[in-house]
Design a protein around this ligand. Structure first.
Ligand code: AMP
Length: 545
């Protein structure tokens, strides 16, 4: 096919999609609004812009003139936000370090990414100091601290460096395909894998969030320019799902929590009144637990839950507290947001079962995301919400591979689609429901049992505080489901009680009878991964021991 391409007029400016334009707009709408750092500091958008320029000068004075990688290891903070902008806007690459990884994995990522500068919170400094002599690419370590009196003299320090740097900096234009950010994701096997995103991708993802979370009339959980934004996902994890870029573009009041502490978060909710947040379900569970001793008014708070399946029981607890909650879906490789539950406000407002069922669906893909659910031959499964297949996806903001790892990158992109490794069904309204990670599906006697569905049904028992289901090796059936259950405070559960509870879902046809677990383990806590999700690999290891 022939196409006709534009011939630009002499002097026509080829505008690139650069992160600097996100920050530039923050001075247009509501620049007096505040960016709050826990109970420690607050400033407005003029100051944010000034400090980003100062940080750019710091990087330049330390010898970086683009193409270098700058790692950050911090709690969620205003300083992290400054790095989100200053590092890529100077043509360098921001590496967000997951400080919950093991020291050996952190060192691997620093060496693999060839970090030249590490900006590190003093709490994590001992880890970095432990790597002395093993980080050949690292030229400078800059320490951030909330209390300058506690710092050690033999390091560079963030605040004094900023203070002594010029407030003038003109951010250059360059190719929008320049890499802006990168970070590592850990699989069940092998070394961590580096994913990376360009300026263009992050700008498009920001616009996509604005449209998908703002434009759809009557949908719940919308974000708008008068929201107060408080992320409850770590900023090292997929740019806090990209929302800090959107919040900054429209100069929303933003609240960063610092080191996570449920009591502090509840206090911030009381004091700063956030209206829009996002988190993994575990974080919400922690807040509700803390709320038992610290009653808090949650009304008017919108929460996007992602990173793991949102159970109906947790959605119900949130709705009962006046929280407008819904699920969304994505992964490290997808920037991340590629899907979200869609519930028009008008729908069955007073029907709690309908609300929780729909708010917890993985949802529908937004515009510009081509999402398919395919069987092993690559054919689309019927949209009957029964047939299962793998979610594969194309979108403008997906990682184009893994850093310095063509082999695993090619596996990710087999056949020209990004393979998510998630198994799902689709209903006739194009709404997807994740049944499991491929490796977590329980294969029992030739049948596939969804561990997520089982967790959902078990979680609906009023005495269940938390639950995780995994497959364990079984001589007769290959695998059988086993449920780890944390009973609610002051309650005792038995296998018979839970089997009786599950029988209702078998009787009404929602659950197959062979999905009924014979084995339940009562535990005080469920093992979690470095990003706060149920650690099924670890649970399987413990149970199969
Ligand atoms: P990560 O790369 O650590 O962000 O993990 C991404 C994975 O989290 C996905 O591949 C899914 O398995 C899981 N996940 C994310 N969102 C959801 C959701 N709404 N429901 C179920 N699983 C989810």
């Amino acid at each position: 096919m022939n196409i006709m391409k534009i011939t630009p007029a002499p002097g026509a400016y080829n505008f690139q999609l650069l992160i600097k334009n996100i920050l530039a707009y923050s001075l247009i709408l509501e620049p007096e609004r505040e960016i709050v750092y826990s109970n420690k500091s607050r400033y407005n958008y003029y100051t944010l812009n000034k400090r980003v320029r100062q940080l750019a000068n710091v990087l330049q004075e330390l010898g970086l003139d683009g193409g270098a990688t700058v790692a950050v290891m911090d709690y969620d903070s205003h300083r992290y936000l400054e790095c989100y902008f200053a590092v890529p806007m100077t043509g360098n690459v921001l590496h967000t370090i997951n400080w919950r990884l093991s020291p050996a994995q952190i060192l691997y990522t620093i060496r693999h990414a060839k970090d030249e500068i590490i900006i590190v919170h003093e709490d994590f400094l001992p880890i970095i100091e432990g790597f002395a002599g093993q980080m050949p690419s690292v030229k400078h370590i800059i320490v951030t601290t909330d209390d300058i009196a506690t710092v050690k003299n033999n390091f560079l320090h963030y605040e004094p460096l900023l203070r002594s740097s010029s407030e003038e900096y003109t951010f250059p234009d360059f190719d929008e395909e320049a890499i802006a950010t990168m970070f590592y994701t850990t699989g069940t096997t092998g070394d961590p894998k580096g994913v990376y995103y360009s300026h263009r991708q992050l700008v498009l993802h920001t616009y996509h969030l604005a449209a998908s979370f703002g434009f759809v009339a009557g949908a719940t959980g919308r974000m708008s320019s008068d929201d107060v934004y408080m992320p409850l996902t770590s900023m090292f994890h997929v740019h806090a799902w990209g929302f800090p870029y959107l919040a900054t573009m429209y100069s929303l009041k933003q609240v960063y929590t610092g080191k996570f502490d449920a009591g502090n978060v509840l206090q911030l909710i009381r004091d700063e009144r956030p209206t829009f947040s996002h988190c993994v379900p575990t974080v919400l569970q922690m807040l509700f637990k803390k709320e038992e001793e610290m009653p808090t008014d949650f009304s008017g708070w919108k929460i996007i839950s992602g990173g793991a399946a949102l159970s109906e029981s947790l959605a119900k607890r949130a709705l009962e507290r006046g929280i407008d909650i819904r699920a969304s879906y994505g992964m490290s490789e997808t920037c991340p947001v590629i899907c979200g539950a869609y519930i028009p406000l008008s729908c069955k407002d007073n029907d709690m079962a309908w609300q929780t069922a729909n708010r917890t669906r993985t949802g529908i893909p937004p515009a510009f995301v081509e999402m398919r659910v395919v069987d092993e031959e690559g054919n689309d499964v019927p949209h009957d919400d029964i047939a299962k297949g793998e979610i594969i996806v194309r979108a403008p903001w997906l990682t184009q591979g893994y850093l310095h790892d063509h082999e695993r990158g090619a596996q990710l992109w087999a056949g020209g689609y990004l393979h998510t490794g998630d198994v799902a069904t689709v209903n006739k309204h194009n709404s997807i429901r994740i049944a499991d990670r491929i490796k977590d599906v329980i294969k029992s006697g030739g049948e596939w049992i969804s561990s997520i569905a089982l967790e959902n049904y078990i979680g609906l028992h009023p005495y269940v505080a938390e639950v995780a289901v995994v497959g364990i090796v079984d001589a007769k059936w290959g695998e059988r489901p086993c449920a780890l259950v944390v009973p609610a405070a002051g309650h005792t559960l038995t296998t018979e009680m839970l089997q009786e509870h599950l029988q209702q879902y078998i009787d009404n046809g929602e659950m197959s009878k062979w999905a009924l677990p014979e084995r339940f383990e009562w535990v005080a806590a469920i093992p979690k991964t470095s990003v706060g999700k149920i650690d099924k690999k670890e649970i399987r290891r413990l149970l199969n021991e």
